[in-house]
Write a protein that binds this ligand. Structure first.
Ligand SMILES: C[S@@+](CC[C@H](N)C(=O)[O-])C[C@H]1O[C@@H](n2cnc3c(N)ncnc32)[C@H](O)[C@@H]1O
Length: 269
């Protein structure tokens, strides 16, 4: 492994990590696709396992031994710094493990994610990167084949999102619609039944819906504040709710996704 010590936070070799915010990292680098940042040993390991190409690693010395087998033979520069220097470089108060930059892969086409999928999650305007990561982890872990995003959704490859997913962003395919709600036509064209998750009145309780009778099902989840748009609700074949108790009006979108994916991930045998 190609290890070097960094003592100066302004060292140009660690510029990629230097207070670089996600949009800059995405847009600034040479190969047209930019980079994304993975943080933490497990996340770095899963990102590597998913086949992404590492660019550089920045870490405290205590993680070097664990990185050794992951990076052996890859020719990736590993920059080691004291905690105080690391903080000065990144501007983050804490580092739960090594940081690694990776080449950002090109985004996939919606048609590519639709092909062969039978259970999809469609996220309308999910803006919070932590929620995005949680949603991907739920979808991947609970039997969903892919995730589709509306144009205003945050980027799944932002640092907090990759971290909150524990690297499971890479476990299933995803793509972004060019236009919304026009993108619903592509779902219909591919034969998907569209189920809108909404706590609003008139919804069918989730446990009364026979998901196992539906061949191709797309599950719509709404934005964190107002929920699903009128257009999405109007276009859905069915509205489903998770019945609530104690006067609570709704769940966080990630918690709602966990319940919905568990029930709706079931498919005809
Ligand atoms: C924080 S909620 C938005 C709440 C918003 N007031 C509404 O009426 O939808 C974000 C998303 O999580 C899903 N959700 C949350 N609680 C739900 C419930 N009890 N039943 C069905 N979906 C729910 C919906 O897709 C919703 O758009």
């Amino acid at each position: 492994m190609d290890v070097c010590q960094i003592t100066d936070p302004t060292d140009p070799r660690v510029r990629e990590f230097a207070r670089m915010r996600d949009p800059q990292l995405r847009d600034s680098l040479a190969d047209g696709y930019g980079a994304f940042l993975a943080e933490g040993l497990v996340v770095v390991e899963r990102t590597l396992r998913a086949g992404h190409r590492p660019r550089r690693v920045l870490t405290e010395a205590r993680w070097v031994e664990a990185l050794e087998p992951l990076l052996a033979g890859r020719g990736v520069p590993v920059h080691v710094a004291e905690r105080s220097v690391l903080r000065a470089i990144t501007g983050y108060p804490e580092h739960p493990g090594p940081l690694a930059t990776f080449d950002r892969p090109p985004e996939r086409a919606v048609a590519d994610v639709l092909a062969g999928a039978r259970r999809l999650v469609v996220l309308e305007d999910t803006v919070n990167p932590t929620n995005m990561g949680v949603l991907f982890r739920c979808a991947a872990g609970l039997g969903i084949d892919g995730v589709l995003l509306t144009p205003r959704c945050t980027d799944p490859l932002y640092r907090r999102s990759v971290r909150a997913s524990m690297g499971e962003i890479f476990a299933i395919g995803w793509a972004r619609f060019d236009a919304w709600p026009d993108g619903l036509a592509a779902l219909r064209g591919a034969g998907f039944t569209v189920a809108a998750m909404t706590p609003g009145p008139g919804s069918v309780p989730l446990d009364a819906y026979d998901a196992a009778a539906v061949d191709r099902l797309a599950v719509l989840l709404g934005t964190e504040g107002p929920g699903l748009s009128d257009a999405a609700l109007a276009a859905a074949d069915v509205r489903l709710s998770i019945p609530m108790s104690n006067g609570v009006d709704s769940l966080n979108v990630g918690a709602a996704a966990a319940v919905a994916c568990w029930v709706l991930g079931r498919r005809p045998s």
